[in-house]
Design a protein around this ligand. Sequence first.
Ligand SMILES: C[S@@+](CC[C@H](N)C(=O)[O-])C[C@H]1O[C@@H](n2cnc3c(N)ncnc32)[C@H](O)[C@@H]1O
Length: 345
Amino acid sequence: MAKRRRGGRGELREVPAQLRDRVRPPVGIVLGTPAEVAHLVRALDLAEPATCYQMDLFPAERLRDELGEVVRVVTAADLWDLPPDFQTLIYLPARSGERELKLDMVEQAFHVLRPHGQLLVWSPYQMDGFFPAALKKVFGRVHSYFTGSDTVLACHRDGERPRRRHEVTFQVRVAGGASCRFLSRPGVFSYGRFDDGARALMESVTIGTGERVLDLGCGCGTNGVFASQRTGPEGHIAFADSNLRAVALAEHNARANGVTSFEAVATTRVEGLPEGTFDVVLANPPYYSQGAIARLFVERGRKMLAPGGRFYLVTKQPNEVGAVVAEEFGSLEAEERRGYVILSS
Ligand SMILES: C[S@@+](CC[C@H](N)C(=O)[O-])C[C@H]1O[C@@H](n2cnc3c(N)ncnc32)[C@H](O)[C@@H]1O
């Protein structure tokens, strides 16, 4: 029996017969780390390529590199934007992942299954306390198969149901500026609230009228929108993120908050924007990936700046990232605020 590695914990798990025996083509695989998806695809050994749905370009690129023609990797802000043509969808939820994203994926999976198509959730938990109720709510009936170490949950699409969007709007003001409303959705940082690190960053930065600002790793676009309050309509804001849902939200939030001159780019290596043209780069990098993304933001952020441009990065790990900033820029300033450190150069 094939084995697969579960992200984060490092252990290998068998692909259970309770899952393999239920799979009927056409097959879709929803999220999962590249390593997990690759193990699963190899174990299933399907006659036709499975469609692998990812919301973020980074794991999608790794999957394409690893599996090539064996799969069809599709990226989109929403799973339910795919054609409703799957007989089997296999969802690989992250261990202790975001609850709202799980609910959202269950809801969206329903809408891309063929009539009587089935959703299989391969839960990493021996006794899953979350999915039985969540699936029952959307699909009506759910069967749980216990494999000894984890659980396979199976349910079928029966009939129609209206699409239910999972989203939360929040309202924030920063540093005495006008209040802004932001739409947020599961899977995009930070769902339903303005991040404290982002607030510390936006209280600390200096941005002038007419400047060009890059919001690097923009999430739902809060920082770029607040930056535009200071640049005014003569300025320009670029939003960049590897997560397609984040880019769609940043575009929406920029428009909804009256940002007139902006662009939004989906990219994993900060490409697709003119290098050497920005006056300010803002970054609040994620903590996963052992600092690799923070390093990428620093290195590519510097390339994006015009001569004399300013780079700002907020972190709770100032020593590691600070060394990278100092090495790349040859200078470093640090300010403590709200339990975070804002590095600038
Ligand atoms: C901590 S969140 C910050 C979001 C937002 N800027 C804020 O301050 O609330 C980091 C963001 O970086 C994005 N990201 C991660 N890797 C990336 C990459 N290689 N290229 C672009 N964005 C990336 C994530 O999708 C996420 O939206």
